[in-house]
Design a binder for this molecule. Sequence first.
Ligand SMILES: Nc1ncnc2c1ncn2[C@@H]1O[C@H](COP(=O)(O)OP(=O)(O)OP(=O)(O)O)[C@@H](O)[C@H]1O
Ligand SMILES: [Mg+2]
Length: 262
Amino acid sequence: MRYVLPLTDPVLATRSICVTLSGLRILDDVSIGIPEGTVTGLIGPNGAGKTTVFNVISGFVKPDSGEIRIDGRKLGHIHPHRLTELGIARTLQGVGLFPSLTALENVILGGSSRVKSGIIAQALAMPWTDTEQADLRERALAIMTELGVESDAARLPGELPYPIQKRVALARALVSDPKILLLDEPAGGISAGDMADLARLIMSWVPKRTVLLVEHHMELVMEVCDLIWVLDAGKVIAAGTPEVVRQDPAVLAAYLGQDGAA
Ligand SMILES: Nc1ncnc2c1ncn2[C@@H]1O[C@H](COP(=O)(O)OP(=O)(O)OP(=O)(O)O)[C@@H](O)[C@H]1O
Ligand SMILES: [Mg+2]
């Protein structure tokens, strides 16, 4: 698929986002668009500002200026705990599971704001008297089965190998049935075989879902992305298809500046 930039009707867009943290300009006029039903990459060297973009989209960081649009509609203040209502879910860089909850309980929490009575205690309360909560539990187990981690449902995250923890974190993001999925380094710390599985999984979600993927593994990015945005030092320095971006001199220079990490 070819994209003519700027995109006319992205499902998710940032417009001129500026962020200052501790007196430092972290994002400088960042405008990116994510076309519906695609896997769109957000890449760049360490410290470029990728996770900060996710934090702005999900309401953890308030930008100095600029806006977020979903389906062309400008969002006001974004409450992180209400993200699922907007049809958005994210995974955290690393894993970010609650260590004292089982894998299944962690996954259930990813869908708990869709349960009307969904405060954490109720979402996790046993036995499952409320049908809605029972449905959520069933959905959580179904997603864990889809991701091959159902046999680990009763285990605590600390008992699980890292790649399995990453899958549980993915299941937690998927359980709310998000329209838009933000993945922050899903391939971090996993093997080549697991990465091939991950590529297949990500591609199986589109076009039903739209995926924004932050990732340092270029093989994965180049394989799964329809469109890629490149950040360096808080600014967008390039955008386009994988073929275009991989040959862009500004992108090569940015990665070479990082010890040739491309
Ligand atoms: N709360 C904060 N206060 C000050 N600086 C911050 C804060 N959070 C992030 N930064 C800085 O902002 C810059 C961008 O960080 P960010 O985590 O968004 O980068 P990234 O592209 O996700 O990097 P990586 O690939 O290493 O995950 C970095 O220089 C980081 O040190
Ligand atoms: Mg990051």
